[in-house]
Design a protein around this ligand. Sequence first.
Ligand code: NI
Length: 132
Amino acid sequence: MQVKRFGVSLEEDILDDLDKMVIKHSFPNRSQAIRHLIKSTLVNDKVDENKIVAGAIVIVYDHHKRELNNKLMHIQHDYHDLILSTQHVHIDHDLCLETIAIKGKAKKLLELADKIVSTKGIHHGKLVMTDI
Ligand code: NI
């Protein structure tokens, strides 16, 4: 694949953060770090929506939040055909970390992830997908 050069303008503090990232993750140079950032951001956008993919939804939430466990359970049962396993870890007195392994049409995985991540009370949620 042909490599092309292009100019990027960045604020100094963002460039500092990039350089720190290059060192921390032992990237050989800025280009490699930027390549990694672009690829990891594009992976969910680029995927063919009708393709079968696998991935995981990771969520962190407070189990005291009213009705949250019930809502999450309902959503997961609605999409049971996509869910391979669910791992629930109690990370402290309040918070739970849940990893939901999934496989199916990318379109359906995105739909499921959107429903789970946007549920009120979820502190943090992220979908990771990959072609298989
Ligand atoms: Ni828990």
